[in-house]
Design a protein around this ligand. Structure first.
Ligand code: HEC
Length: 240
């Protein structure tokens, strides 16, 4: 005797209605989440619209947006004895703010123009510019701080796991090839995990921003297909 697995033809109309309003609401919520993502992250690179650069700046940071660079372009500029030193400092930041360049070119400028205010004996609350590690803290690109990434990922993992589970449970009632189905229920989970993981990798390796975008798109796409196919089979499909 072969075992019978439930299909949409086995469930009541009220259950189909409940499934349908749930799936439609999740679909709408996903679209609103995309719009929200657009508004929160677009324009980070100074250009309107969401681009891969915006994602890089979000997770990895940007060499043109350091505290030292902003200060030297703004309120701290008058402290420089020679205007030309500004370019020297900005160029050093842009090239990655490494220690050899600091020792050769940057330390002499800061020691002359900045350290009489910026040292822990005089002003413990100001960035310490008297040695490399203090300067490095304000000269590095930053990106999303680790605690923020951890907070956002735990919310995503808990929340999205529930959503994908319920969508997947409904999708299992579809009448399609079982091997396709077994793989299809795993894809959105795998894509979400890859997405969250690649946020952390992008913090160090900026080109992983592409993986963030592609895995996010794969999750949305696979979820969308499960939703649409489920709604289609619930209401329009006639099993053989
Ligand atoms: C006369 C004292 C003084 C000198 C000289 C000085 N600074 Fe400052 N600096 C300050 C003070 C005060 C603040 C805090 C300003 C604030 O938070 O509004 C500050 C803030 C900063 C910050 C932090 C900005 C932020 O993101 O909060 C940086 C970076 C900085 N200075 C760099 C420099 C550099 C580089 C020089 C040398 C060219 C320099 N400063 C010279 C007093 C000084």
């Amino acid at each position: 005797m072969t075992k019978h697995y439930a299909r949409f033809s086995d469930i009541s109309t009220s259950e189909k209605i409940l499934n349908t309003v749930f799936l439609l609401t999740i679909g709408l919520a996903y679209l609103v989440a995309l719009i929200n993502m657009y508004y929160t992250h677009q324009g980070r690179d100074g250009k309107p619209g969401l681009s891969i650069e915006d994602i890089v700046i979000l997770y990895h940071g940007s060499n043109d947006q350091t505290r030292l660079g902003a200060a030297i372009n703004g309120i701290m500029e008058p402290n420089l004895k020679y205007k030309s030193d500004k370019e020297v400092i900005l160029k050093w930041i842009y090239k990655g703010a490494e220690e050899p360049g600091y020792n050769n070119d940057i330390a002499p400028i800061l020691n002359r123009d900045c350290v009489h205010c910026h040292n822990p004996q005089i002003n413990p609350s100001l960035p310490d510019l008297s040695h490399f590690s203090g300067v490095s803290e304000v000269a590095r690109s930053g990106g999303a701080p680790l605690p923020v990434l951890i907070r956002v990922s735990h919310i995503h993992l808990f929340g999205i796991a529930f959503i994908l589970y319920f969508i997947g449970r409904i999708f299992l009632l579809c009448d399609i090839n079982i091997y396709v189905k077994r793989i299809a229920v795993v894809i959105p989970f795998a894509a979400m995990l890859l997405d969250v993981l690649s946020w952390f990798v992008t913090k160090s390796i900026s080109s992983f921003a592409y993986v963030v975008v592609l895995s996010g798109a794969l999750m949305g796409l696979s979820m969308g297909i499960q939703i649409l196919l489920s709604i289609y089979q619930m209401w329009l499909y006639k099993p053989r």
